[in-house]
Design a protein around this ligand. Structure first.
Ligand code: MC0
Length: 148
């Protein structure tokens, strides 16, 4: 794949906190942001709320994903514990058109992806993650929207 075809935009930046409802309320009341979507993802061990300054999502808008652990086994619970329970930025997600092709190209370039095959993400997206070592200290998610 050529470099131009790899990534579309920053889809979202993920904020990890102990209480997603409390954080969403703060975003709404203080910043006037909107909840665009929410769901629980048991496989990832999170409840997550997609938020934006606009009430409607436009094509390349970056959202904030407010997420909290569903249980103590969640990777996000582990991350919060490591940070003494303090909320903060957890990862960013880069939108791709074809996660299989992008993953193959990244692997050829020596990037370590966490899963052999993409897993289910928010809104039915197909997702994978680059290990923080491959993201220069940042956990980076790849996310592909469902194809019609
Ligand atoms: C860990 N590390 C991070 C990090 N988490 N670096 C940057 N950002 C993070 N969020 C670093 C640690 O500091 C450590 O570095 C090394 O990675 C190993 O960390 P660990 O504490 O020993 O933890 P592990 O290895 O057990 O797990 C880390 C790993 C895990 C990234 C593999 O968190 C994971 O599987 N994450 C992917 C799944 C995930 O995060 N799901 C929640 C979002 P040193 O230098 O000390 O070795 S789900 C989601 O987002 C979905 C719903 C969606 O958007 O659709």
């Amino acid at each position: 794949m050529s470099n131009e075809d790899l990534f579309i935009c920053i889809d979202h930046v993920a904020y990890a906190c102990p209480d997603a409802d409390e954080a969403s309320k703060y975003y709404q009341e203080t910043f006037g942001w909107h909840e665009l979507h929410r769901e629980e993802n048991p496989e990832q061990g999170v409840v997550e709320i997609m938020m934006a300054p606009a009430a409607k999502l436009t094509e390349h808008m970056t959202q904030v994903q407010v997420m909290a652990p569903l249980n103590d086994e969640s990777t996000v619970a582990k991350w919060l514990a490591k940070h003494n329970g303090r909320a903060g930025l957890h990862h960013m997600a880069w939108r791709v058109d074809d996660i299989d092709a992008v993953s193959a190209t990244l692997r050829e370039r020596g990037v370590q992806l966490l899963y052999d095959e993409p897993k289910l993400g928010t809104g039915g997206n197909r997702i994978n993650f680059m290990h923080p070592k491959s993201g220069k200290g940042v956990l980076i998610e790849l996310t592909q929207y469902p194809k019609n």
